[in-house]
Structure formats: structure tokens, C-alpha cells
Design a protein around this ligand. Structure first.
Ligand SMILES: Nc1ccn([C@@H]2O[C@H](COP(=O)(O)OP(=O)(O)OP(=O)(O)O)[C@@H](O)[C@H]2O)c(=O)n1
Ligand SMILES: C[C@](O)(CO)[C@H](O)COP(=O)(O)O
Length: 226
């Protein structure tokens, strides 16, 4: 752990349109427990003192509270209201954090995050200002326009994950600027504000639950860990 206060901002305000289920994917169960609880559990396993802020839409709170009762989930956390986009959910979460410290922004739908990666992100962000989990590509890639495709050098690219961990003043200042829908993650928002982004090694099993087959893979990976 670093000497500074540590916050985990877990965003779970999405609708999961690509999952095509009526229940948002963060509430779907994998191995008998909601995706979001697996995610939160990883942060409590990392540290008993990390301040956890959970971003949820107001209309999803009854669902979450019912799941907490059903699964006897009593971990301490602060719930704040989600926004219409991931940007707005993160922005609202950051408004509820005061003072200096570090914040790990993490998708509620990345339930396989490990304590080691969380620890590395805080440790490296304390030194560099930012620490963003990333992995190398395993497939070949091509760039396309409407008419042509062209092979590109995959060694120059990374797949970006969360956690994306920052010094608080840096990321709060970056999120004070207007929303730009082309910025899909926190690193892009920080970069737009003039900050250099530091990457560190993420993990292929830190998958984001996005489409139905991701649930099957996540269950298999969780089972293999037991
Ligand atoms: N208004 C939003 C939109 C997204 N998120 C969160 O951002 C993370 C990554 O988003 P994504 O996987 O795209 O989730 P959804 O927006 O729910 O999915 P989809 O794009 O398929 O609708 C998720 O934990 C999601 O809950 C959020 O907090 N608030
Ligand atoms: C933040 C993120 O998970 C990093 O890979 C990703 O950018 C979220 O993208 P989405 O469009 O919300 O799926």
C-alpha cells in the first residue's frame, strides 16, 4: 500500500445493451454471485482500508439492495448516482472524493481483477501520477476504411483495461473539462488534459463482461481459481 489515502471508484451505471439481458450485466450471477460483488470483493481482499465508492443509477439501487440482502453482502461502501455515460458516472464519483490521495477507477464488470494488479496500480500511480493496466495483442490486426484494409504492426498497440489509477488532483482536473464522447476511458480523459499516461502489465483474465460468451469464460476462470 502507498502512504496516501486510497479510493476505489467502481463504475456500475451501464445498461449492458450488448449483453441483451433485461437485468444489467453487473447484477448477473457468475458462480452463484453477482458480477459486481466479485469485483468489489477483489478490492476488499486487496485492502481493508481502501475507501470504496460504488457508482449506481438511482433506479438500480433497489435491485442492488435486494442482492445485498440475498448474498449477505455487508461490506462498507459509499453509493453515488450514475450518469448517462461512463464519463458522467466517473465524473460524479470523483466529485464525492475530497482531499489528496490516489483513486483506482475500475469497471464493475471486470470481476476477475486480482489483488496484485490493484496493488501494482496504486504503487505505480503514486510514483508516476497514472497507472493504467494494459495487455499486448494476441491476434493480428488490420486497419480498414470503406474500401481497403492494411496490416499494421501489433507490437505498437496495447489493449487497455481497468484499473486506471491516478493521483486525485490530476484526474479530478481532467474530468472537470467537458465530455467528449470519443474518449472511452479515463486515460484518454487524462491525456486530453495534457497528462502523460503510464501503462503497466494487466492480465488476459481481467476481462470485461460485455457479450454473453464473456460470462461463460468468466465462470470457467473463476472455477479454475477455486
Ligand atoms: N452510464 C454508464 C455507462 C457505463 N458505466 C460502466 O462502465 C463500465 C464499462 O462500460 P460497458 O462495458 O460499456 O458497460 P455498459 O455501458 O453497461 O454496456 P453497453 O455498452 O453494452 O451498453 C461498466 O462497468 C459500466 O457499468 C457506467 O458506470 N455508467
Ligand atoms: C474503460 C474500458 O473498459 C477500457 O478498456 C473501456 O474503454 C470501456 O469501453 P466501453 O465502450 O464502455 O465498453
Amino acid at each position: 500500500m502507498s502512504a496516501q489515502p486510497e479510493y476505489a471508484l467502481i463504475v456500475a451505471g451501464g445498461k449492458g445493451t450488448r449483453m441483451k439481458t433485461s437485468l444489467p450485466k453487473q447484477f448477473l450471477e457468475i458462480n452463484g454471485r453477482p458480477v459486481l460483488m466479485h469485483t468489489l470483493d477483489a478490492f476488499y481482499r486487496y485492502s481493508a482500508t481502501v475507501h470504496v465508492i460504488l457508482v449506481l443509477p438511482d433506479e438500480d439501487r433497489p435491485t442492488w439492495e435486494a442482492l445485498c440482502r440475498q448474498h449477505a453482502f455487508t461490506r462498507p461502501l459509499q453509493i453515488v448516482t450514475g450518469g448517462a455515460s461512463r464519463f458522467q458516472s466517473v465524473q460524479n464519483g470523483l466529485r464525492h472524493i475530497h482531499g489528496a490521495g490516489l483513486v483506482a477507477i475500475h469497471d464493475g464488470v471486470r470481476p476477475l481483477i486480482s489483488e496484485d494488479i490493484i496493488a501494482a496500480s496504486f504503487r505505480l500511480a503514486a510514483v508516476h501520477g497514472s497507472a493504467v493496466a494494459a495487455v499486448r495483442l494476441k491476434d493480428s490486426i488490420r486497419v480498414t476504411d470503406q474500401h481497403h484494409t492494411r496490416a499494421v504492426d501489433r507490437s505498437q498497440y496495447r489493449l487497455i483495461q481497468t484499473p486506471q489509477t491516478f493521483k486525485l488532483d490530476l484526474i479530478q482536473q481532467a474530468y472537470a473539462l467537458p465530455e467528449d464522447a470519443t474518449l472511452t476511458d479515463d486515460a484518454s480523459v487524462a491525456e486530453r488534459a495534457g497528462h502523460t499516461i503510464s501503462l503497466f502489465e494487466g492480465s488476459y483474465d481481467n476481462l470485461k463482461i460485455t457479450t454473453p460468451e464473456d460470462l461463460i469464460v468468466a465462470e470457467a476462470l473463476l472455477t479454475a481459481r477455486q
